[in-house]
Every structure is written in C-alpha cells, then in structure tokens.
Design a protein around this ligand. Structure first.
Ligand code: HEC
Ligand code: HEC
Ligand code: HEC
Ligand code: HEC
Ligand code: HEC
Ligand code: HEC
Ligand code: HEC
Ligand code: HEC
Ligand code: HEC
Ligand code: HEC
Length: 316
C-alpha cells in the first residue's frame, strides 16, 4: 500500500463537498464517541486503500498532507505508520467514517473528546521505548498532558523538537517560568542553544522536577563545573542544594538569587557575629549593596583554610 497523491475519483470530491460540512458525531458525548471507537477497534474494519481512501476527502487540507514530509509519512520504513496501516495506525480503523462522515475517528490534541490516556496509548503502541521509560510516573502523564499537546504530527517541523521554538511550546502552559525568564537575571534561554530540555526531560525522569540529572546540584555542575570542585572549607547550604539561594529560572536579583544579601544570608544567619556590630566595619560595608559579601566573598566555599571561612579579603 503506497500512498499516492493523485487526484481521487470525482465521486469522492462530491462526497467530500457535502460530507465535510461537519461530523455527525459533533453532538455526541465523549462517552458515546469512546463507545463507538471501541466498537470500531473490535471490528477492525480498516480501509483497503489506506491513505488514498482518507485523502479522497482530506487532501484539501494542507495540514493533513504535511505528514508526508515527516518520519511518520515515510512508507519505506515498515515501523512507520505509512509503512503499515497508514493514517489508520493513528486514527484507528475507518469503519463507517467515510459514509458521509457517520462515525468519528480518533482525534488528537486540544479539541479531542478522548482522554489524554486514550490518545497517548496510540502513540505508545510504537513509542514505548527507552526515552519514555519514566513517562508513566511523570507529572505530565499524571496531570493528563497528551503527547499531542506538545507534539504536532501534521507539521513539517514539530516546534517542540526545534531549539528555536521549544521554549515557546513549554511556556504556553508554564506561564510562571515564562515570566521568570523575563526577569533581570535569567538563564540564557533566548540564545546560546539552551532550552528547557537542557535541564529537564520532557518525558519524565526518576529525579526531582523531572531533571535530567540525579539532583539539582548535579544539574548545575553539568555546566558550572567550577562549582563542583571540592572546597577545603565548605558552606553547608551549597553542598545541600544550589536552589537554597538560586532560582534556576530567573530572578529580579542579580545572579539568579532568590533574595538579595544581606536578607538572603540573614534568612539563615539570624544574628551573626553574636549579634554585635563588627569592629571597624562601620555601616558602609553593610549598606554598599554587597553587604555580607564584601567580606564573605567566597560564598560557595574556600580553598584556603588559613583564612576564616569565606573571608579571604580580611587581613588577620
Ligand atoms: C467520505 C469522506 C471522508 C473520508 C473518506 C474520510 N473522512 Fe475523515 N472526516 C470526514 C468529515 C466530513 C469529517 C468531519 C469534518 C471535519 O472535521 O473535517 C472528518 C473528520 C475527520 C477527523 C477529525 C475528527 C474529529 O473529531 O475532529 C479525522 C482525524 C479524520 N477525519 C480522519 C480520517 C482518516 C484517517 C480517514 C481515512 C482512514 C478519513 N478521515 C476518511 C470525511 C471523510
Ligand atoms: C503518527 C500519527 C498520525 C498519523 C499517521 C496521521 N495522523 Fe492525522 N493527526 C494526528 C494528530 C496527533 C493530530 C492532531 C493535530 C496535530 O498534531 O498535528 C491529527 C490531526 C488530523 C486531522 C484533523 C486536522 C485538523 O485540521 O485539525 C485530520 C483530518 C487527520 N489528522 C487526518 C489524517 C490523515 C488523512 C492521515 C493519513 C494521510 C493522518 N491523519 C495520519 C496523528 C496522526
Ligand atoms: C505505527 C507506529 C507509530 C505510531 C502509532 C506513532 N509513531 Fe511516532 N514515530 C514512528 C516511527 C517509526 C518514527 C521514526 C523513528 C526514527 O526515524 O527513528 C516516529 C517518529 C516520531 C517522532 C520524531 C519525529 C522527528 O521529526 O524526528 C515523534 C515526536 C513522534 N514519533 C511522536 C509520535 C506521537 C505523538 C504519536 C501519537 C500521536 C506517534 N508518534 C505515533 C512510529 C509511530
Ligand atoms: C512536555 C512536552 C512533551 C510531551 C508531553 C511529550 N513529548 Fe515527546 N518530545 C518532547 C521534546 C522536547 C522532545 C525532544 C527531545 C528531548 O529534548 O527530549 C521530544 C521527543 C520525542 C521523540 C523523538 C526523540 C525520542 O525521544 O525518541 C518521540 C518519538 C516522542 N517525543 C514521543 C512522545 C510520545 C509518544 C509522547 C506521549 C507519551 C510524548 N512524546 C510526549 C516533548 C514532549
Ligand atoms: C538551568 C536548568 C534549568 C532550565 C534551563 C529550566 N529549568 Fe525548570 N527547573 C530546574 C530546577 C533545578 C528545578 C527544581 C527547582 C527546585 O528544586 O527548586 C526546576 C523546576 C521546574 C518546575 C517545577 C517547579 C515547581 O515549583 O515544582 C517546572 C514546572 C519547570 N522547572 C519548568 C521549566 C520550563 C518550562 C523551562 C523552560 C522554559 C525550564 N524549567 C527550564 C532547572 C531548569
Ligand atoms: C499542555 C500543557 C503543558 C505543556 C505544553 C508543557 N507542560 Fe510541563 N507540566 C504541565 C502540567 C499540568 C504539569 C504538572 C503541574 C504543574 O507544574 O503545573 C507540568 C509539570 C512540569 C514539570 C514539573 C515536573 C515534576 O516532576 O515536578 C516540568 C519540569 C515541566 N512540566 C517541564 C515542561 C517542559 C520542559 C515542557 C516543554 C518541552 C513542558 N513542560 C510543556 C503542563 C504542560
Ligand atoms: C545547560 C547548562 C547550564 C546548566 C545546567 C546550569 N547553568 Fe547556570 N548558566 C549557564 C549559562 C550559559 C549562563 C550564562 C553565561 C554565564 O554567565 O556563564 C549561566 C549563568 C548562571 C548564573 C549567573 C546569572 C547571571 O544573572 O549572571 C547563575 C547564578 C547560575 N547560572 C546558576 C545556576 C544554577 C544554580 C544551576 C542549577 C540549578 C545552573 N546554573 C545550571 C548554563 C547552565
Ligand atoms: C548560600 C547561598 C548560595 C548557595 C547555596 C549557592 N550560591 Fe551561587 N551565588 C551565591 C551568591 C551570593 C552569588 C553572588 C555572589 C558573588 O558575587 O560571588 C552567587 C553566584 C553564583 C554564580 C555566578 C557567579 C559565579 O561565581 O560564577 C554561579 C554560576 C553560582 N552562584 C552557582 C551556584 C551553584 C552551582 C550552586 C550549588 C552548587 C550555588 N551557586 C549555591 C550564593 C549561593
Ligand atoms: C539556607 C541557609 C543559609 C543561607 C541562605 C546562608 N547560609 Fe551561611 N551557613 C548556613 C549553614 C547551615 C552553615 C553551617 C552551620 C554553621 O556553622 O552555622 C553556614 C555557615 C556560614 C559561615 C561559616 C560559619 C562558621 O563559623 O562555620 C559563614 C561565614 C556564612 N555561613 C555566611 C553566609 C553568608 C554571607 C550568606 C549570604 C550570602 C549565607 N551564609 C547564607 C546556612 C546558610
Ligand atoms: C566587615 C566584614 C564583615 C561583614 C560585612 C560581615 N562579616 Fe561575617 N564575619 C566577618 C569575620 C572577620 C568573621 C570571623 C569572626 C570571628 O572569627 O570571630 C565573621 C564571621 C561570621 C560568621 C560565623 C561566626 C558567627 O558569629 O556566626 C557568620 C555566620 C557570619 N560572619 C555571617 C555574616 C553575615 C550574615 C553578614 C551580613 C549580614 C556578615 N557576616 C557580614 C566579617 C564580616
């Protein structure tokens, strides 16, 4: 069965002209549609001419035709839909759908009456493989996000697969991260080839927040290798979790900091220096923006045990 894009029979054109007015199932409840689709699957009445049958009515849609410029439209690959049941590998057996549009087909995406789970089971029948090993336990699956909410199948370039457009797809739902990315300090997702999936696995992972790495710190070390170096004198919250002080997505403060010093420091060190003002420090150091960092400048840890913790600039 090879799909051909030659002109269909005139008859079909007439049929489609009237049939494409709208599906008879538009007034059916999702449950009723589910019932019909189950029945169609059980009967398994696939069309004899595959895609050609469908295109008799649907070839006027540019969008439908783009599938032939994608891996799913590659008839030479027998694992691809077009190499087997063609359109019906995804949309299910035609049944009586072509009789004036009497029966619904499996539909995907936003307007679909089917649950995300039902839609996804179609995709997973071919894509239950390593990259989707954690899909079932992922928050996307549990919160009923459909594969087709992220992926556009009838599109020459699926936007979520391109570095240039992926962030747009993700932030269409993740509005908080979208606004974080507009803050003064943010990771350079607008250039440099960095995307959400530089850090996250879209199909889920065994790790917190679906990170690609085992922990938040491992994630940060991936690119900020200098922070991995084992300090002789360690600052406990740094070892514990970088997000004790940084927001990975963006912040109104410099350096992605969740708060500015001294408030940041004081959120844990309520009254350092035994609550007394530092001798000779005056007020200037504390009011000059950097505050605690003027003296405790090696905040991630120090390689020099001779000095006080995080205070290399002080003469002793
Ligand atoms: C005789 C004409 C005809 C044929 C042949 C036909 N369809 Fe349809 N199809 C329709 C009509 C009419 C609609 C409803 C109007 C619309 O949504 O475009 C429709 C709608 C659809 C929808 C959208 C369903 C929804 O609920 O939004 C899908 C998907 C679909 N068809 C797939 C197929 C596939 C796959 C084939 C081949 C196996 C096929 N069609 C063959 C006429 C046809
Ligand atoms: C790999 C699975 C897959 C295959 C194969 C496939 N489709 Fe689709 N189809 C989808 C998904 C998913 C959507 C929802 C829109 C999107 O993702 O682009 C869709 C949407 C549609 C729609 C609704 C279009 C609209 O304007 O909303 C029609 C009609 C349709 N497909 C017909 C076909 C026909 C005809 C074929 C064969 C030539 C086909 N599809 C092959 C997955 C598939
Ligand atoms: C009949 C089997 C089959 C079904 C059903 C199927 N796919 Fe695929 N899909 C494939 C094959 C084969 C490839 C090509 C893999 C390759 O080239 O390594 C592919 C490739 C892809 C790709 C990569 C496309 C690219 O441009 O690289 C995505 C994304 C994808 N599928 C998503 C889906 C989604 C979402 C669904 C359900 C709506 C779906 N697939 C249904 C077989 C299938
Ligand atoms: C949250 C958005 C999102 C959802 C939901 C999603 N994907 Fe993906 N998918 C992506 C992104 C992004 C990529 C690009 C590769 C990457 O960065 O992991 C991708 C890549 C793919 C690929 C090609 C590369 C590979 O991993 O094999 C396939 C196939 C695929 N997805 C199938 C699916 C299927 C099947 C589902 C539903 C079970 C699904 N995707 C759900 C975002 C998503
Ligand atoms: C530089 C790495 C990085 C990038 C890039 C990134 N994230 Fe994250 N994201 C993280 C880390 C680390 C966490 C866990 C934060 C924590 O534990 O405080 C997280 C958490 C999340 C969470 C869960 C939030 C919560 O409150 O539970 C969502 C949703 C999220 N990210 C979405 C996105 C989206 C969407 C993008 C792209 C616009 C993105 N992320 C880009 C590192 C990143
Ligand atoms: C259709 C809407 C939608 C799209 C598109 C989407 N997400 Fe999500 N995502 C959700 C929902 C819903 C949740 C679960 C609760 C929440 O955070 O709102 C979630 C959760 C997450 C989480 C937290 C996971 C965890 O285990 O804590 C991350 C990370 C995430 N998404 C990343 C992404 C990335 C990366 C993309 C783009 C490739 C993306 N999302 C696209 C809806 C979406
Ligand atoms: C995929 C690579 C990558 C990962 C993972 C990553 N970063 Fe970054 N980070 C960058 C790049 C690129 C920049 C901007 C260039 C620069 O200043 O080095 C940056 C900048 C920063 C900055 C300075 C921001 C500013 O406004 O100047 C901080 C702070 C930071 N990252 C913290 C983190 C933390 C914390 C994590 C882990 C949650 C993390 N990064 C994970 C690549 C990454
Ligand atoms: C106790 C709070 C705190 C923790 C925890 C923390 N940082 Fe920072 N980080 C800061 C402060 C404060 C600055 C800005 C101070 C400066 O100018 O050195 C900063 C700056 C940075 C910068 C930009 C300047 C530079 O040094 O390159 C990066 C990157 C960075 N941190 C990465 C990390 C990583 C990775 C982790 C986890 C291993 C981490 N931080 C944990 C407080 C913290
Ligand atoms: C999330 C909590 C937290 C934050 C935020 C934090 N620290 Fe710490 N800090 C600790 C903990 C825990 C220790 C180790 C336990 C101790 O000795 O108090 C420590 C130790 C220190 C020490 C060494 C104390 C000693 O005698 O061992 C200094 C100096 C210090 N922090 C300065 C700062 C500065 C400056 C900031 C702000 C940039 C800051 N800390 C932010 C939790 C935090
Ligand atoms: C003028 C320089 C200077 C400034 C500014 C400064 N410190 Fe210190 N800090 C020191 C020195 C020096 C020590 C060591 C004192 C000692 O050994 O008794 C110290 C010790 C500490 C200690 C460990 C001993 C203790 O008393 O808990 C903490 C925690 C600390 N500083 C936090 C902070 C915080 C938080 C700020 C900002 C609110 C800050 N420091 C501002 C110089 C400074």
């Amino acid at each position: 069965m090879k799909p051909s894009l030659v002109a269909p029979l005139l008859l079909s054109i007439f049929m489609s002209a009237s049939a494409l007015a709208g599906g008879a199932w538009e007034s059916m409840s999702p449950e009723a549609i589910g019932g019909v689709l189950d029945k169609k699957f059980a009967e398994g009445r696939y069309s004899k001419k595959g895609a050609d049958t469908c295109l008799a009515c649907h070839k006027r849609s540019e969008k439908v035709l783009t599938i032939f410029s994608t891996p799913h439209g590659n008839a030479a690959n027998d694992k691809s839909p077009m190499g087997s049941l063609q359109c019906e590998a995804c949309h299910g057996p035609i049944g009586k759908h072509n009789r004036g549009g009497k029966e619904p087909m499996i539909a995907f995406g936003e307007g679909s009456p089917l649950t995300a789970e039902n839609q996804n089971s179609v995709c997973m029948s071919c894509h239950q493989d390593e990259p989707r090993m954690s899909w079932h336990s992922s928050l996307h699956n549990l919160e009923e996000v459909a594969c087709a909410d992220c992926h556009q199948i009838h599109s020459e370039q699926d936007p979520v697969l391109s570095k240039d457009t992926q962030v747009e797809v993700c932030t269409s739902c993740h509005t908080r991260e979208q606004s974080d990315l507009k803050k003064r300090s943010h990771h350079p997702l607008d250039w440099d080839g960095m995307t959400c999936t530089s850090c996250h696995s879209a199909h889920g992972s065994m790790n917190e927040a679906s990170l690609k790495q085992a922990t938040v710190n491992e994630n940060c070390y991936e690119c900020h290798t200098d922070k991995r170096s084992v300090y002789l004198v360690e600052h406990q919250p740094v070892i514990d979790n970088c997000s004790n002080c940084h927001d990975p997505h963006g912040s109104v403060n410099d350096n992605l900091l969740i708060r500015r010093a001294p408030q940041l420091c004081q959120s844990c060190h309520a009254s350092p220096h035994s609550g007394t003002a530092l001798l000779g420090s005056g007020n200037s150091t504390m009011t000059s923006g950097q505050s605690c960092l003027n003296c405790h400048s090696q905040i991630h840890g120090s390689h020099n045990p001779v000095y006080d913790k995080y205070t290399p600039p002080l003469s002793r």
